[in-house]
Design a protein. Structure first.
Length: 154
């Protein structure tokens, strides 16, 4: 399928996802829910259809006092993930997970888009609680690392 808004929306509809277009940014978005939290996923084409970007936002606001430790945690997570993509935008105090889908001849395969969406959901759901805990100061990076070591040893 050619990379364009219509075909991306059709592919998402086929996946039974309630996709809409955000008028302010002209991006396609889907809202995923996990443990009563909403995870907005934005999809857009870049470089005239040569890439498709997927951004999934972690639903938390980053306390500026914890941004450095949060950046360290995201770096550690990215180092261990097969598909790294966690990012911290200190200007807007947001954390998101970004995946890029290269396209061949400005066309995409819906099953690859589905795989990337599923990956994004799984990764975000897996790490959202620990990211939020550090972002708001409920846990320190040292506490998180100690807990991770304890889990690894058991």
């Amino acid at each position: 399928m050619k990379v364009n808004e219509h075909n991306l929306l059709e592919a998402l509809k086929t996946l039974k996802l309630d996709a809409k277009v955000q008028p302010e940014t002209n991006q396609i978005y889907v809202i995923f829910e996990h443990e009563k939290a909403q995870f907005p996923l934005f999809i857009r084409e870049l470089h005239d259809g040569e890439l498709v970007q997927l951004l999934t936002f972690i639903p938390c606001n980053v306390d500026k006092n914890h941004a450095a430790d949060l950046a360290r945690l995201l770096h550690m997570l990215n180092k261990e993930l097969d598909m790294p993509g966690f990012c911290l935008d200190e200007t807007s105090s947001t954390v998101f997970y970004r995946l890029m889908m290269p396209t061949l001849k400005k066309e995409f395969q819906p099953h690859i888009l589905e795989a990337l969406i599923n990956t994004s959901q799984m990764v975000c759901k897996s790490f959202a609680a620990v990211i939020e805990a550090l972002a708001v100061g409920a846990m320190s990076l040292d506490e998180i690392l100690k807990k991770a070591q304890q889990l690894q040893q058991s």
